[in-house]
Design a protein around this ligand. Structure first.
Ligand code: UT7
Length: 314
């Protein structure tokens, strides 16, 4: 059985259409200055009509597969909160779009923590011997569930997909993972609809201030927990890759850890918050900086709340 799972390659896809901050005052009371100052966001990508989460995911996955020199994988996990349909899973649509007929594919729903949850799952499948290769994708068309009249939320999000391929390895790859959830915080971030409630997808609702406070505290704490399990300290981390919700959240974590903000990899300015896709998109954006053997910490917090961290060697 494999000792480790390790990232072999990554790929990303952002829809063509871009909405700049300066486009938004035409539709709601906001300004480029406010959005930049409070979030660090300058623009976001928006999926075209008819462009599905599985289309974004398949495009990102194709790039990762090509880079890895693979035609197929044993396992596909899609982390998404905006699936194409209620069922079947978006992951099987991706499997079809990639022309794969073997292996197994499923979705995971942990909202903005979905990619961290999915990486942990894929690692377990690989270490148990049930899969030798896994495609782990974060993909969202989250702008479809925004209330474009709510300036407190609609300026924050964007669409996109990022994918990594994990393969079995004798060299250290994923070293530890720590996941948490606490359903008592559901009302801080949720959609006001659902199949079981009203047969609607619903729109995103958020108590931004509370989510911000928990994000700084919990994303930081869980990194320390996962590092402890891997027998490392924060001083050993070469790159911290947090969920990309707000530059101020990332800056607050860097300040708390007294680490140079250059070590905290950010893509929020151009991507905005792409929920489950934000971490793999940030990985791809900064791929050139990541060198073999670098200690990397991933951390996320999402609706639920769910939160978690993965410590890995690049
Ligand atoms: O992916 C899941 C995780 N999500 C997050 O981590 C998001 C966490 N939360 C945040 O990033 C921030 O709380 C926000 C960016 C959502 C809001 O920033 P804030 O500094 O907490 O602002 P606020 O909500 O306290 O609003 C301050 C003011 C308010 O006006 P008043 O009441 O002071 O007159 C808002 O109405 O800013 C106003 N405001 C805006 N003004 C211009 C809120 N949204 C906007 C806007 N443009 N888009």
């Amino acid at each position: 059985m494999a000792k480790y799972s390790k990232i072999i390659s990554c790929g990303s896809y952002l829809p063509e259409k871009v909405i700049n901050n300066s486009d938004l005052p035409a539709i709601l009371e906001t300004s480029d200055e406010w959005i930049r100052a409070r979030t660090g966001i300058t623009q976001r990508h928006i999926a075209a009509d008819g462009e599905l989460t599985s289309d974004l995911a398949a495009k990102a996955a194709k790039i990762a597969l090509e880079k890895a020199g693979l035609a197929a994988v044993d396992l596909i996990i899609v982390a998404t909160t905006t699936p194409d349909t209620t069922f079947p899973a978006t992951a099987v649509s991706v499997q079809k779009k990639l022309g794969m007929h073997s292996g197994f594919a499923f979705d995971i729903q942990a909202v903005c923590s979905g990619f961290v949850y999915a990486m942990n799952m894929a690692d377990i499948y690989i270490k148990s011997g049930q899969a030798k290769t896994a495609l782990v994708i974060g993909a969202e068309t989250i702008t479809r569930i925004l209330d474009w009249a709510d300036r407190g939320t609609c300026v924050l999000f964007g669409d996109g997909a990022g994918a990594v391929i994990l393969g079995e390895s004798d060299e250290p790859g994923i070293l530890s993972a720590k996941l948490h959830s606490d359903g008592q915080f559901q009302q801080e971030l949720y959609v006001d609809g659902g199949v079981s409630i009203n047969q609607q997808a619903g729109l995103l609702r958020m108590n931004g201030k509370e989510v911000f406070r928990h994000a700084v505290e919990k994303m930081g704490n869980v990194v320390l927990e996962a590092l402890e399990d891997a027998d490392y300290g924060i001083e050993d981390v070469k790159w911290l890759i947090p969920h990309q919700a707000n530059q101020r959240i990332m800056d607050a974590i860097a300040k708390r850890f007294k680490i140079d903000s250059d070590k905290v990899l950010s893509a929020v300015a151009k991507h905005a918050n792409t929920s489950a896709a934000s971490i793999p998109l940030a990985i791809c954006e900064h791929e050139a900086k990541l060198k073999s053997g670098d200690l990397v910490a991933l951390t996320a917090l999402g609706a639920g709340f769910t939160w978690g961290s993965i410590i890995l060697k690049w």
